[in-house]
Design a protein around this ligand. Sequence first.
Ligand code: XMP
Length: 513
Amino acid sequence: MGHQLVLVLDFGGQYNQLIARRVRDMGVYCEVKPYTAPLSELRAMNPIGIIFTGGPGSVYLEGAPQVDREIFTWGVPILGICYGCQLMAHLLGGRVAAAQEDAAREYGKTETHFDPACRLFRGLPESGVTWMSHGDYMEKVPEGFTLAARSGACPNAAIADEKRGFYGVQFHPEVNHTRHGADMIRRFLYDVCGAAGDWTMEDYKRTAVAALRDKIGSGKVLLALSGGVDSSVAAALLAEAVGEQLTCVFVDHGLMRKDEGDQVEAAFSRRAVNFVRVNAEERFLARLAGVDEPERKRKIIGGEFIRVFEEEAKKVGAVDYLAQGTIYPDVIESGAGDAAVIKSHHNVGGLPDFVDFKEIVEPLRLLFKDEVRQLGRELGLPEYLVARQPFPGPGLAIRVIGGVTREKLDMLRDADAIFREELAKAGEERRLSQFFAVLTNMRSVGVMGDGRTYDYAVALRAVTTDDFMTADWARIPYELLDRVSVRIVNEVKGVNRVLYDITSKPPATIEFE
Ligand code: XMP
C-alpha cells in the first residue's frame, strides 16, 4: 500500500534536509529531488504538495535555478520558501529585484506580522519572530496573489493565492528561530494539501520488507555489519525480509568498546541469519604495532578491514547482492550549481571492488537517522544498538593516542565504561550528543597510599552538537566529574590522572586523532 508523498524541490539551499525532516516528523512522507530532475519524473511521483526550497541564487540572474512553469498547472499546492518564494513570484508574472538599500535586505531574526485569514497562519499569533535570510525582495506580487505577511523592511514577507493553494514565504519556517514555523508547515500539509498523516514506521517496515522480498527473490545477500546503527538496522530489516539468505559478516577488530562485540553478537546470532563474527583482534593489533601517526592508523585499519571482509566473502561464495547501510543524507544530491555533489560514504567506500556480487541493495537509502532508529525499534533491536552514538570506524585505535597495545586498549575500555555508566546513572546521557574517554600518551607523577606513581592520564570528552560539524563542550556537573575521576583512578590500574576537555569544535575536533 502506497502512502501520500510531498515533493521537496531542491534549489540548493542550506536547510533542504531540515525541511524534509520536518515534513516527515509530521507524519507525511516526502522526498527531496534536485530542481534539475525531469518534470515527467516529478509528475509521476504524484505528489499531494510541493515545497520549493531556498537557494543561494537570484532569480533574475542568468543561469539561476529554474523549474518549468508547467508545474503550476498540475493543480498541486506549492509552498515556496525564500528563493523558492521569489522563483514562484518571478515565474507567475511578479517582479523580483535586488534590494537597493541595505534596509531592505534581511538576515536573522525579524519581527513579522501575519494575516490570520491566510490558511498558513490561521489560529497562530498575529505576529512573531521569523528567520530571514534574503538579499532579494518581491517588488511586484503576481496576479491572483495577496499579501499574507509583512515585516519592517519587507511589505511582502509572505504571499498567498488561496484558490490555487500557492504560498510563498520570504522567511524560513523550517528553522527553530521562526516561532510557530513548524505549525505553518503543518497547516500547509494538512489544511492545504489534505495530508492524511499516513507515514508511520510500522507501515514503512511492511512496505520495505515486501519490496526487498520482491527484489531479492531467492538470491543471496552479504552485509558488512559494524555494530553501528545503520548497518545493524539494515541487517535486521534484511533478516526479516529474507532470513537465511542473508549473511552478516561482523569483523571484530578488537577496537570496540567494552562488551560491544558481544552485544552485537547477542543481537544477531539469535535472528535467523547466517551470522559470522570474525575475531581479528590479533591481526589488527599486529598491523598496528609501533604505529603512532593517526592517519596511518586509519589507513591500516581500513585496509585490513577490507582484507578480512574479502576473505570471509570468498568463503560465502558468489552473492547476488551486497547490502549497504547508506542513509538518506548520503543520497540527497544538492541542487546547487550544475556539478551536483554527492557525499561519498566513508564507512563502506572501497568494498564493492573486492567482493563478487551482482548488485547493491541499500534498504535505508530513503531514511533519515532518526527514522533509522525508529525502524530499528520497530524491528525489535535492543536500545543499546538503536540509540548508539556515532562511533568512528577505526574504533578505539584513534582514542588511544599514539601507539596502540592491548594493555592500553583495556585501560581505555575500563575508563570509558565508568564514564558512560556514571553519565547514564546521572541521567545526563540524553542531552549529550557524544561522549567518551581517551587514553593520552602522557604519563605523570602521582601519589597513591605511600607510594609514588608514574602513570597515564585519561581525558574525558563530552559534546553537544546538531550536526557534528561544529560542537560545544558539554557543561556537565562537577560532582559527576568528581565521581568519574575518583572511580577511574581507583579502578583502572595504570591511570593516575583524569582531565576534562573544555575545547569546542572548532578549533578542536571531537575526536583527539
Ligand atoms: P571529528 O573528530 O572530525 O569527528 O570532529 C566528527 C564525527 O565523526 C566521527 N569520526 C569518524 N567516523 N570514521 C568514522 O566513521 C572515522 O575515521 C571518524 N573520525 C571521526 C566522530 O566520532 C564524530 O562523531
